[in-house]
Ligand binder design. Structure first.
Ligand code: UDX
Length: 447
């Protein structure tokens, strides 16, 4: 008989995972402790913008006309325990207030709610990003609290999905990593992921700590790549070089690779910043803090770029105070194809310039609502053109396709001055210059 799957926590990761599991053919029951989230999902809606996710939910959520009916939702842990053979833990692990460490309370409470109901054989699979050592601890908890005893087992299966590509990354992962302690756990997970495995996704079997570390190591590496190129951008600024050319040239070496070498205002979002900090905190607890001190530098190179963008803006406005200046900001989300503004470098720069006295008007294709909620004192416009109207300088801070397709001529007529600063190195300088704009990008003082 086909496995039945439950997904505990229906945020970004969980909602996507639940829909993907239904797409793979399984009967799925999703659980969240927030009833409003469940009501939204039951209507086939998603509380965030993620390409393809709404369509996938509509295809499978029970009660929606024409759906497979394979995906249902509940708030009841007893129902989840009775239903599922495999339970995925997909709750979030945010950064603790005032600390680098990550907050495990949602993971702990999800397992505490589930375990007492596990009376028969079950595999609990953690997907959340957790400090190394957590799976060990949670396995001991499960053994003690599940009435099924040995029948209830834990596995760790980190998630690597990117916002904006969450559906694609979940259905066609570039690798599957499973930390397991038994052949049974491995067999069950091979069954869950039979389709992507058949399609060629590598399946890497490890112990618990390695599986947990793969996730934090991968994110640390990505963060390091971005901060590396941003450090090179700083040197290019000082030496009169061009970081975009430099990135292209080193990227041809396939040991280096050209991806994640776009210099600019740096990384943000709900993952990379908090994950590298939690990793440092955990290494400290383990007595291995020296091994990760470089991540402190990665973090500070990254945070510095935001301030550098503010200074470039000041220079572009003549070097004096911001007071009375009008600044247009294109982009509020931490990356394109997302409505997520968590730790967004774009919004951070917009906020800094605004707090120093400039009149800032922001436009973003999908992030307006979230940006307004987080930063209600900024000005907002309904289009790029409206944001730019009357501006003394335009800042391009999130690399949406829409911004690359703007007509510099049309924008030029609306702006008070034709000055654009590219904080993402994503616009075509020749195009803007042709329309009479002064174009300046980070790490390319002369380009
Ligand atoms: C990241 C990881 O990529 C993903 O595997 C993990 O599961 C979660 O964290 P995500 O947070 O969606 O995913 O964003 P990502 O695409 O990695 O981008 C992170 C940030 O880096 C964005 O702010 C982006 O603008 C920035 N970035 C990316 C750069 O500044 N330069 C680059 O070259 C690439």
């Amino acid at each position: 008989m086909a496995l039945k799957i439950t997904v505990i926590g229906t945020g970004y990761l969980g909602a996507t995972h639940a829909a993907a599991m239904a797409e793979l053919g399984f009967e799925v029951l999703g659980l969240d402790v927030v009833p409003e989230k469940i009501e939204t999902l039951q209507r086939g809606e998603v509380p965030m913008y993620e390409p393809g996710l709404r369509e996938l939910l509509g295809k499978h959520v029970a009660g929606i006309e024409g759906s497979s009916g394979r995906l249902r939702f509940t708030t009841d842990f007893a129902e989840v325990a009775a239903f599922g053979d495999v339970h995925f833990l997909c709750v979030n692990t945010p950064q603790k207030h005032g600390e680098y460490a990550c907050d495990m309370s949602y993971v702990d409470s999800a397992l505490a709610s589930l375990a007492p109901h596990l009376t028969g054989p079950a595999l609990v699979v953690g997907k959340s990003t957790v400090p190394v050592g957590s799976a060990d601890r949670l396995a001991a908890y499960l053994a003690e609290h599940a009435p099924a005893g040995d029948g209830a087992e834990l596995a760790w299966n980190p998630e690597f999905l990117r916002e904006g590509f969450a559906v694609e990354d979940t259905l066609h992962p570039d690798r599957l990593v499973v930390g397991v302690r038994s052949e049974r756990a491995e067999r069950l997970l091979r069954e869950v992921y039979a389709t992507p495995i058949e399609e060629g996704s590598p399946f890497v079997v490890t112990d618990f700590p390695t599986a947990e570390l793969v996730k934090t190591a991968a994110n640390s590496f990505l963060a390091t790549k971005i901060s590396f190129i941003n450090a090179m951008a700083e040197v290019c600024e000082a030496a009169g070089g061009d970081v975009a050319k430099l990135a292209e040239a080193i990227g041809y070496d396939d040991r280096i690779g050209k991806k994640f070498l776009r210099a600019g205002i740096g990384f943000g979002g709900g993952c990379l910043p908090k994950d590298i900090r939690a990793f440092m905190a955990r290494a400290g607890e383990l007595g291995a803090d020296q091994a990760l001190t470089f991540l402190r530098e990665i973090d500070s190179v990254n945070m510095r770029q935001r301030g550098r963008m503010v200074e470039l803006t000041r220079q572009a406005l003549g070097g004096g105070p911001f007071l009375g200046k009008r600044v247009a900001v294109l982009g509020a989300t931490f990356k394109p194809d997302s409505d997520d503004v968590r730790d967004s470098p774009a919004l951070n720069v917009a906020g800094q310039v605004h707090l120093q006295g400039a009149q800032v008007t922001v436009y973003d294709p999908k992030g307006m609502e979230n940006a307004r909620r987080l930063f209600p004192t900024l000005g907002y416009a309904d289009s790029a053109l409206e944001a730019v109207r009357g501006a003394d300088v335009v800042l391009h801070l999130t690399e949406w396709r829409e911004f690359r397709e703007l007509d510099p001529e049309v924008l030029g007529e609306a702006a008070a001055a034709r000055v654009i600063l590219d904080g993402r190195n994503a616009l075509d300088p020749a195009l803007w210059r042709k329309a009479g704009w002064t174009y300046r990008a980070m790490g390319r003082p002369t380009a």
